[in-house]
Design a protein around this ligand. Sequence first.
Ligand code: SAM
Length: 298
Amino acid sequence: MTLISLRTLVLLINNTESRKYSGRLYIVATPIGNLQDFSPRAISTLQQVDLIAAEDTRHSGYLLKQHDINTHCIALHEHNERQSAEKVIQSVKAGKNIALISDAGTPLVSDPGYHLVKLAHEAGIQVTPVPGPSAMITALSAAGLPTDRFCFEGFVPSKSGARKSFYQNYQNETRTMVFYETPHRIVDSLADLCEALSPDRVVVLARELTKTFETIRNDSAENLLTWVKADPNQQKGEIVLVVQGCSKPQITEISPETERILRLLMAELSLKQAVKLTVEITGERKKGVYRAALSVQR
Ligand code: SAM
């Protein structure tokens, strides 16, 4: 036996020993529209496992049948996740291989499964992801906005008041932001986004990704709003919003008008003089203006 194969053997033995159970939990991504995005590995995993935990067994039944996947399914959705997860954990401990799928895309991404995966780790069960499509990454990849840093913030709140303050929270966010939105709220949502962030903010509307009527439009929030309002077809289907990060964070401690004055004075005067004059002109507290000036300087 060569040295390399001996090492491999030792690694294999160690791996087997560190695994508490022979069963595994697979987290399997399914298509978000186009069935050809179902990976061969996802299909064979779902064919081979002992059980599939699906968000909606009837919905997934159609997809599974089409790919000759006849594995028994049980329901694991947001209303029964805790009880169902316990059963899945017991079955994996008894040596069964179980796969989790959601209605579309990657489980746990704005979908159930977090509780199950957490329990699996606590129980020492091996969790194996079988990656594939997710609407947020698909939208981001085609949005034409910076992707070196981004944040995914899930669904935008449904009520107008909550939605406005939700968007306001992102005023100073410099990373690209990704949100999920529903078609019947898209007009109101874009209107609130214009008001809370800015009508000039670049937004990408990514609709019906990978499907027949896929639309990806990169424009200012204001232009997108006008366009969506005028075309009822843009108010249908599934939607992801990708929003440009802000280039110049606003200093929240002082009002926007005070910040404007401060910036103008700082361009001409020393920091100390600019702070003194800003305080005199606006009547804002010196401490806040001084901190803001330091932040502008940085
Ligand atoms: N787990 C899924 C994923 O990985 O993307 C997300 C599930 S979440 C319950 C459903 C939301 O994802 C939709 O309301 C929509 O915002 C977005 N979405 C899913 N499929 C989409 C598609 N084909 N095009 C655009 N957005 C999509």
